[in-house]
Design a protein around this ligand. Structure first.
Ligand code: ADP
Ligand code: MG
Length: 404
């Protein structure tokens, strides 16, 4: 069932109200500074919407894995400073979550102000989804906005628990603007895609993405598989893979998928191999049937690049998760770069192009095409769950939308 969206609420529902917002501000820090502010940028639309309308924003996030204890290394203080810079508006911060200091700061919030509280995971009740923490947090506002897509697949007190408590008390729990965007592109768009619909999967392991393969297969017109994932399929086809990264315990599964997929599934026809996956590797390009003992497959080959790019350029919808090779190393980044450019060309030609996965997003940045794609998901695990067609606890717990 569709959920209530922040974008559907009028200013009158926000002005002068205390609004509890769960964002994903789990950013990388180095030497006490935010070293990549992608996630901060991603939550700005929701924060601006709320403050422009005169809401009083109580902001929650986790950072890292402090494991239920207070650890200054994981304080959100530097994040408050970065948020302050990005918004060009004052962001207050208190190093407290549900104690007297936090409560006093919440009480004193004025219209259009933002208060960031301390790391939710300093409290062991957060990951345990303890109702007592959810209740304390719910006391901060009668409207709850979840914009933390990256943690929507976890049932924690500040995601799932608090939403239920707010609703039980007669308040509303709604999806923020970022969450709405993720749901639109990773959820609904795939239910009724414009065709041809091409799925592209790669990355290190087939095991972590098997549910995605299963969910995409019946929906797509073509499924292109590269990366180390393809190696396990090669094994299932009886091909030599040398010392490549494979999952021998998944070979039966791969064989079963090959049988069922028929010609929907396209695998690399040639590969880049080397004796070592290293920055100075000596790379050879060989047909997939000519990988030798001792070789390691590090990337797809040029014929595969052309084959995959043709499929992608003629698509109207592309969903891509997982790089085609070890794109972190120069000798093995070619296939992923070529694919990224093909996806960007499809996007330029009007196709809906959606990218999920942390490494894939990094690969799109490296290839310089990130801005041209329709949507790059901000969640790793959560985006895989959505692509696999599963519901996410943090989203399930929100208020149902009015039937339209
Ligand atoms: P994402 O984060 O986009 O979901 P994954 O985490 O599943 O992607 O996979 C990314 C990793 O897969 C990268 O670190 C990349 O080096 C690795 N990888 C891709 N192809 C190969 C290969 N042929 N051999 C070894 N590792 C590979
Ligand atoms: Mg990854």
């Amino acid at each position: 069932m569709a959920k209530t969206l922040l974008s559907a609420l009028p200013d009158g529902d926000l002005r002068g109200r205390r609004i509890l917002v769960r964002a994903d501000l789990n950013v990388p820090l180095s030497h006490g500074r935010v070293s990549d502010d992608t996630r901060i940028q991603a939550c700005l639309p929701t924060l601006r919407r709320l403050t422009d309308a005169g809401g009083r924003v109580v902001l929650l996030s986790h950072l890292g894995r402090p494991k239920g204890t207070v650890n200054p290394e994981y304080s959100l203080a530097p994040v408050a400073r970065a948020l302050d810079d990005a918004l060009e508006a004052p962001v207050r911060f208190v190093a407290d979550l549900v104690g007297p200091e936090a409560r006093a700061a919440v009480e004193s919030l004025g219209d259009g102000e933002i208060l960031l509280l301390e790391n939710t995971r300093f409290d062991p009740r957060e990951t345990a989804n303890d109702p007592s923490l959810a209740e304390a947090l719910a006391g901060y506002g009668e409207l709850y906005v979840n914009d933390a897509f990256g943690t929507a697949h976890r049932a924690h007190a500040s995601t799932e628990g608090v939403a239920r408590v707010v609703r039980a008390a007669g308040g509303r729990a709604v999806a923020g603007l970022l969450l709405e965007k993720e749901l639109t592109f990773l959820g609904e768009a795939l239910d009724d895609p414009e065709r041809p619909f091409v799925g592209v999967l790669g990355g290190a392991k087939i095991s972590g993405k098997i549910d995605v393969v299963e969910a995409l297969l019946p929906r797509v017109d073509r499924l292109l598989v590269g990366g180390a994932m393809a190696n396990t399929f090669f094994l299932a086809m009886g091909l030599e893979v040398g010392d490549s990264l494979v999952e021998p315990d998944r070979v039966d599964m791969a064989r079963d998928l090959l049988d069922r997929a028929g010609d929907k599934l396209l695998l690399p026809v040639d590969v880049r191999v080397a004796r070592e996956i290293a920055p100075d590797a000596d790379v050879r390009i060989v047909p997939r049937s000519e990988v030798a003992a001792g070789d390691r497959i590090g990337d797809v080959g040029p014929d595969t690049e052309a084959l995959f790019a043709d499929e992608i350029r003629s698509a109207r919808t592309v969903v891509w998760n997982g790089p085609m090779g070890v794109f972190e190393l120069d000798p093995f980044r070619h296939g992923t770069g070529h694919l990224a450019r093909a996806v960007a060309e499809a996007a330029d030609a009007g196709a809906v192009t959606v990218l999920g996965g942390g490494d894939s997003a990094a690969a799109a940045e490296v290839a310089g095409v990130a801005e041209r794609l329709t949507h790059i998901s901000t969640g790793g695990g959560a985006s895989l769950e959505l692509l696999a067609g599963r519901s996410l606890p943090g989203i399930d717990a929100l208020s149902d939308g009015e039937a339209s």
